[in-house]
Ligand binder design. Sequence first.
Ligand code: ZN
Length: 422
Amino acid sequence: MDQRKMAVELLDFLERSPSPCHAVANMAQLLEENGFQRLGEMERWELHPGGGYYVVRNDSALICFRIPEGAWKGFHIVASHSDSPTFKIKENPEMESDGYVKLNVERYGGMLCAPWLDRPLSVAGRVAVREKGAVRTRLVCVDRDLLLIPNLAVHMNRQANEGISYNAQKDMLPLLGTAEAKGSFWKVVAEAAGVEEEAILGHDLFLYNRQKGCIWGAGEEFLSCGRLDDLQCGFASLKGFLAGPKERWAAVACVLDNEEVGSSSRQGASSTFLRDVLWRINCGLGGDEEDYLCRIAGSFLISADNAHAVHPNYGEKADPVNRPKLNGGIVIKFSANQRYCTDAYSAAVMKELCREAEVPYQVFTNRSDMLGGSTLGNISVSQVPVATVDIGLPQLAMHSPYETAGVRDTGYLIRALERFFV
Ligand code: ZN
């Protein structure tokens, strides 16, 4: 596999995916191009051996699956998430002061605030519109430099370089224009969505960083872009999934939303979305509840969410022994407190998979005196109790609007998942 080519494809996918809804739409398009059939959750499903299908819930989560040809034993699943920390546009967002119009926003997830300042931003997401007497949703991306959150000059805050604490209601409001811009925000959004301004009844709009992704470093060994956590894993999951049908297992890839805010929405990992789809596959192929429980007991889930690489300037923040490196391969994550689901068995299965796929793996654990983050694996398992390994790709600056990863690692995960799914 040409790992650089995969990195270039990844950057293209990330740039076309400024919001979770866009990521899901791009994945759906790739599935359509590969002959997958879209199923609606409101319809009865007719599934056929050898068939490939996908379901989208609420525009921002997607589950695709392939039905095995013959007798089958259970599910091989990979899960990632479609959302990244950002700022959400609030209702009635325009605020006027001192001849400016700025936008009222609120935090979505736990972002690094500082890197959002002094760079061109715009908005993307979806709007809900009145259309022929019904309410429909439309994706929208304002594809131009529209907003910016200006820093306060150092002359007005002499302590700026000693550390700033950011107040989301004061420090993080993006500037839209001068006083003449009043009333223009919804016009801009309506135009980008191709609808009448009056037709917009609701919105899930988020800020996104306009800076394009790039490959850099002395040997072009790094790449940087927004939303690597977790669309790098989402992209690799889908690529691996598309590699081919399983003989005795139903192959499933899911990209769930709202991981950054606890996963407890109807399209998040703590919802019944994955369980509903697995149950419908089981029943659609003539299985009963007993069959379902047998299949679940034999199934395996790879929860793929990015991991922290050791930082070049903060080596002391990493575990003294387990120190993931960029381009060092898939990171298997461990936590005694089960913030990660990995256990002896699932780690061993993952290591064997990497060995067979001839890709390197490494290990992440938090320092024993640091809490660290969590992910979707242990939440998803509460709905679908299958053997699970938590993995990710190593990255720096997690939750910045411009994150950094290794050029080779996406290809490693694709190759391992091809092995898992073939
Ligand atoms: Zn993540």
